[in-house]
Design a protein around this ligand. Structure first.
Ligand code: B12
Length: 299
């Protein structure tokens, strides 16, 4: 169901909604209508349009406005101007800055468009998460610790990111191969689960069936769940540094679970933690994707 609205297409292509409607009505971009008469677009058709009209691909560090090398950019096809909040820039890339501001504005639709835009430019989902989203959230954390934003604003931003992540699932192309289930959790006291949610999407795109337990998962329940679901891989996340010894003991206990499968752990909270032998620590979503690639995908 990779279907998007006229406004989302306008955001993706940085043109006005009127331009998108005109291109759709003239057949330049394929679309279909709902029973109520609204135009809807398939992502595959947008990708086709970008290819056909050679929109230039620019990196996540470049400008957000795609410049068509040629093609149907009409006189009224000027980039749609939207009000952006005036938070001070802190050396983030332009895409990260945009991500941060959209999150702070509570604009989940805008985040979805931004992620889709980067995908259409050929960037892999893990690198969009690592290079655009994570620095944006880190900056939000900095703004919170320096009291530049309130706790409520920080919560709005993280909830907006969570909503956008839930809604981009349709953009993920799932391979035909089924690689078994992947159990994901943030054990014990850990409340941060955004990296885990991103990992869930990356795993979907790699053919795993995610079983997402989410934050503050009680360790004994987690162990019971591992035994009953027999996952190919168990992925645990620790963002905040709680008691290091306690994390090490928790991991040792989980590692002993006979059906744990491959045990992968991530997050800054693991810094300084002595990891049990079978735990593989990953540093990013791209690292996770790389480690879980099949031999066929690596070569
Ligand atoms: C959003 C947020 C929250 C939200 C979380 C919402 C949610 N559902 O996740 C809320 C508001 C609930 C929250 C609460 C708290 N938070 Co907080 N939070 C953040 C913030 C702003 C963003 C974290 C985030 O999601 N980043 C997005 C992810 C994708 O990026 P990342 O964490 O950098 O991870 C990257 C890599 O490290 C790696 N990775 C990380 N984890 C994993 C896991 C896996 C499996 C994989 C594959 C990869 C991976 O991949 C990511 C992408 O590259 C950070 C700021 C920061 N500097 O990170 C603070 C931050 C993590 N929070 C912090 C703190 C202190 C707290 C609180 C204790 C505050 C309080 N006093 O109540 C609480 C409670 C925490 C608890 N008990 O767990 C500190 C942690 C400091 C520390 N080292 O312990 C930070 C760093 C803020 C700060 N600058 O002080 N927080």
């Amino acid at each position: 169901m990779d279907i998007i609205t006229t406004r989302q297409v306008a955001d993706l292509l940085a043109v006005s909604e009127a331009t998108v409607k005109r291109w759709a009505d003239s057949g330049t971009i394929r679309c279909f209508r709902t029973p109520g008469g609204h135009r809807k677009f398939r992502m595959a058709d947008i990708a086709e349009f970008l290819k056909a009209y050679s929109y230039e691909s620019t990196g996540p560090t470049h400008t957000e406005t795609p410049a068509p090398a040629s093609g149907p950019r009409m006189s009224d096809g000027a980039p749609a101007s939207r009000a952006e909040p005036s938070f001070v820039s802190t050396g983030l890339s332009e895409a990260s800055l945009r991500f941060r501001n959209l999150a702070l504005q509570g604009d989940a639709e805008g985040l979805i468009s931004l992620i889709a835009q980067q995908r259409l430019r050929g960037f892999a989902l893990p690198s969009i998460f690592d290079d655009i989203a994570a620095p944006a959230l880190e900056d939000i954390g900095r703004m919170w610790t320096s009291a530049a934003i309130s706790v409520a604003q920080e919560h709005l931003a993280s909830q907006t990111v969570i909503e956008a992540l839930a809604r981009i699932k349709p953009l993920i192309e799932r391979p035909a191969a089924n690689r078994g289930s992947a159990l994901l959790a943030a054990p014990g006291l850990e409340q941060h689960d955004i990296a885990l949610r991103m990992a869930t999407l990356v795993l979907c795109g790699m053919g795993f069936q995610p079983i997402m337990l989410g934050p503050t998962s009680p360790v004994q329940d987690l162990i019971t769940m591992i035994a009953s679901s027999n996952p190919s891989v168990t992925i645990l996340s620790f963002a905040a540094s709680h008691d290091r010894k306690h994390i090490a003991t928790t991991l040792a206990e989980i590692e002993k679970s006979p059906r744990v499968g491959r045990l992968i752990v991530g997050g800054e909270g693991l810094t300084g933690v002595e990891l049990p032998a079978r735990c593989e620590r990953v540093m990013s979503l791209s690292d996770l994707a790389y480690r879980l690639k099949t031999d066929a995908q690596v070569h």
